[in-house]
Ligand binder design. Sequence first.
Ligand SMILES: NC(=O)c1ccc[n+]([C@@H]2O[C@H](COP(=O)([O-])OP(=O)(O)OC[C@H]3O[C@@H](n4cnc5c(N)ncnc54)[C@H](OP(=O)(O)O)[C@@H]3O)[C@@H](O)[C@H]2O)c1
Length: 287
Amino acid sequence: MSILIIGANGMLGKDLVQVLRGSSFEFLGLGKSDLDITDLKAIENKLLKVNPSVVILSAAYTLVDNCEDQKELANSINGDGAKNVALVCKKIGARLLYVSTDYVFDGSKDSSYVEEDLTNPINVYGQSKLLGEKNIQDILSDYLIIRTSWLFGLGGKNFVESILKRGQKGEDLRVVSDQIGAPTNTKDLAVAIVKLLRNDTKGIINISNSGECSWQEFAAAIYSEIGLDESKVASISTEEFGAKAPRPKNSRLSSERFEKVAGYRLRDWKEALKDYLEHRKSSTISK
Ligand SMILES: NC(=O)c1ccc[n+]([C@@H]2O[C@H](COP(=O)([O-])OP(=O)(O)OC[C@H]3O[C@@H](n4cnc5c(N)ncnc54)[C@H](OP(=O)(O)O)[C@@H]3O)[C@@H](O)[C@H]2O)c1
């Protein structure tokens, strides 16, 4: 089985490359300069040449706040880009794994979201990723949509790095405490995705680290892990913080389907955070 990763230079993409390097799979990773997913002809040329049996589409326009003013760009990469890749996968008979997001939901549910729950994205980024999901579902039968949440990884800018930077300056923080979700280490997600390559699960599947927290609790845990006083991390509301893009209050994804299919659950986000902090100094993955 040969695997093609599109978006291999992104935060998750880099971990997918690392995990696949340690596996028996044949694979190729392409960055944006190798393949732009808004260019259907280029995808056709590349995929016909590489002829993968599975394509993992991790590439996306992921700047959630910027998407609010760049709807066309977000839709062209996250929506039409996914459609282009799906069309070519259909042509060559490849299976498509598409990485999607908790932001396809509006956050009004008071428990974890399961795969069948009604989507209703409240920001442009979520709408564009849902468009990508729908395009894939319209074109392919052999696809897997992997919804995940709150990613942090050694290969990219992320919330943990922002908090560490501010912690190193000894700053007092005000962090949103009325959005709840599950931080997910991209290393754990990459391992999970590679596990799913070995079975032919189809449809939609949620994957995130276990447990849940607010952004404020996440930031406080980071402060505590590096020996800073958690009380320096105060709570503020989403409204007070005033980000450009609205975000769901509840981003929790139930990983029950993944646990049944894969036979294990991802570790708790706190353990995944500890692991990240232990490895960030010695990591050879570039940001
Ligand atoms: N980050 C999160 O918290 C989060 C949460 C839930 C789901 N997700 C989803 O998880 C996946 C991976 O996220 P991530 O955080 O690893 O993203 P990331 O670090 O932003 O990586 C995305 C990659 O896509 C590439 N890309 C952008 N436009 C492209 C185009 N037109 N053609 C080809 N490549 C293009 C980017 O290249 P350049 O850098 O060169 O532009 C970048 O390397 C995404 O699908 C995202 O929607 C992310």
